[in-house]
Design a protein around this ligand. Sequence first.
Ligand code: AP5
Ligand code: MG
Length: 226
Amino acid sequence: MPEEMKRNIVLMGAPGSGKGTQGAILSEKLGIKAFSMGDILRNVATGETKEAKKVKALIDKGNMVPDKLAIRLMEQELFKPENQKGFILDGFPRELSQAKALDKALNSRKYAKLHMDIDLVLLLQVPDDYVIERIIGRYQCAKCKSLYHEKYKHPQVFGICDECGGKEFTRRADDTYETVVSRLRTFRRVTAPVIPYYEMKGLLVCVDGTGPIDVVSEKIRKIVGY
Ligand code: AP5
Ligand code: MG
């Protein structure tokens, strides 16, 4: 790995801005795991516990889960020994309180010695009408969760997932027009204040996320330096 390459990366952006898509590309190129808080929560939501049912009800409507839960899940994943060579965070932090909790954890006595400080925060910028079209056309492999789009990203062989060969595809319960509009509102109200927090720390780089997937990933490649 070149010395100047960024390894600890936070991906920010509105719903549908391409965090999951670009996170998967970065993960493959860098050999580092991408954590999607949304995927982690959707996994929790498949359970039968009271907490699982509560999470499902919240995320299906596009509402944020309680901070405490998101922070606990992030800490459980991030500090596993196999993840200490770097991380790509997608969908976390999504509130100022979460950004502060992440800094606190990274600098805590327990984890500071791991030197996992954030190197880069990428903000994918995409206008609302684009993200609505992207989300309404999104589907994913039921087995490995790889992302596709009716117009912009088909599997190479019709009906077969490129990544795992799966033949079943699903759509997310929160990918309706009404829910997307509400998620966009939440992004502006709750998540946008995290942007100046990272800007002040000199970590934020904005990326125009409107072009085709490979054009956006090429811009990111140059910023990350791989
Ligand atoms: P989450 O799953 O993170 O949803 P989101 O932030 O709304 O983002 P999306 O996953 O919808 O979009 P994306 O940016 O990943 O875009 P994608 O790459 O798929 O969170 C879900 C819910 O969980 C939240 O609403 C909340 O309830 C809860 N939650 C999550 N984190 C939380 C936290 N920290 N605290 C509390 N609650 C939390 O791309 C979209 C589509 O477009 C795909 O089909 C893709 O193929 C296509 N596409 C991507 N890039 C391009 C391109 N350049 N050109 C054309 N098409 C493209
Ligand atoms: Mg996503």
